[in-house]
Write a protein that binds this ligand. Structure first.
Ligand code: NAP
Length: 295
């Protein structure tokens, strides 16, 4: 069997189109322009790339965006003061603090300081709790993107055996939680594996849907996958550079071997990655509507 390739690039393009129309409608009907503020502390090159692409996406979709790029030595107090200001700014509906932060700043203090109504990353404990009890305002972007990829590719999650490899707060735990909910596009039986799992292969081979977010290049080999499974590879690993100095990326799944066994699989790049940013835009639009009672 050669797997259907689930293209995050294509699905993200469709969602961008839908959002563009919705944003134009908000502007024309209600004179409402969604606003996103990004906050970056320090000069980590990967973070700069992520923040830059968020700003470009905002511009392409008609979202007002503000970049706050601060030097690495910025104090926590100064950062908290900026967040307080953005919380009160009515042009700003969503605030995104690019992680990781420098070591002298408490990530928890900063994330908790964001108004939960503007927490478009979905990392504030209020939003994590709401997700947990099935009443989310904002779902975290990467796991929400995975759910949307499955849904729009026609993959049935209801009653499916889903195995998640990885239990981080930004991918593994939330995707497990989202797919566990008694809702359409979820309602799965979910198992979560991690480094203390005794026999990972025992679990992965049972999976109808295998979601891998371990951050280990090609950790999932073909013998670990059930014939006909749907495989979602969240991993983004930089395994070298091209002659032109561009990063060579690979996922957590041995794509070439696993695609011969799976029924559907996401590539890296071009799978989960492009979905994360459109789900951020979707959350920003939702925040805008919530702010004026339209959602
Ligand atoms: P993380 O915080 O490092 O967590 C990795 C998780 O995987 C941990 O729970 C760890 O277990 C588990 N793990 C690691 N090696 C394992 C193994 N051999 N077997 C079983 N479990 C293993 O990583 P993350 O932030 O979730 O990110 C995971 C990957 O997704 C990374 O490559 C990251 O770059 C990528 N990512 C992509 C996007 C996107 O938009 N495409 C977004 C976020 C992350 P323990 O808890 O026991 O340590």
């Amino acid at each position: 069997m050669t797997a259907q390739i689930i293209s995050g690039t294509e699905i993200a393009k469709q969602i961008r189109q839908e959002l563009k129309q919705e944003i134009a409608g908000l502007r024309d009907k209600y004179n409402l322009i969604p606003g996103l503020a990004t906050v970056l502390v320090g000069d980590d090159p990967a973070s700069q790339v992520y923040v830059g692409s968020k700003a470009r996406t905002c511009e392409a979709l008609g979202v007002y965006s503000e970049r706050h790029d601060l030097p690495a030595e910025t104090s926590e107090q100064k950062l908290l003061a900026l967040i307080d200001r953005l919380n009160k700014d009515t042009r700003i509906h969503g605030i995104l603090v690019q992680l990781p932060l420098p070591k002298h700043i408490s990530e928890a203090n900063v994330l908790y300081a964001i108004d939960p109504d503007k927490d478009v990353d979905g990392f504030h404990p209020v939003n994590v709790g709401r997700m947990m009890i099935g009443q989310p305002n904002y779902l975290p972007c990467t796991p929400h993107g995975i759910q949307e990829l499955l849904f729009r590719s026609g993959v049935k999650t209801e009653g499916a055996e889903v195995v998640v490899v990885g239990r981080s707060n930004i991918v593994g735990k939330p995707i497990a939680n989202i797919l566990l909910q008694k809702k359409a596009g979820a309602n799965a039986t979910v198992t979560v594996c991690h480094t203390a799992t005794r026999d990972i292969t025992f679990h992965t081979r049972r999976a109808d849907i295998l979601i891998v977010a371990a951050g280990k290049p090609k950790a999932i080999t073909a013998d670990m996958v059930k014939e006909g499974a749907v495989v979602i590879d969240v991993g983004v690993n930089r395994i070298g550079k091209t002659a032109e100095g561009k990063a060579i990326l690979c996922g957590d799944v041995d794509f070439d071997a696993v695609k011969e066994k799976a029924s559907a699989i996401t590539p890296v790049p071009g799978g989960v990655g492009p979905m994360t940013i459109v789900m951020l835009m979707l959350n920003t639009v939702k925040a805008t509507k919530l702010a004026v009672g339209l959602a």
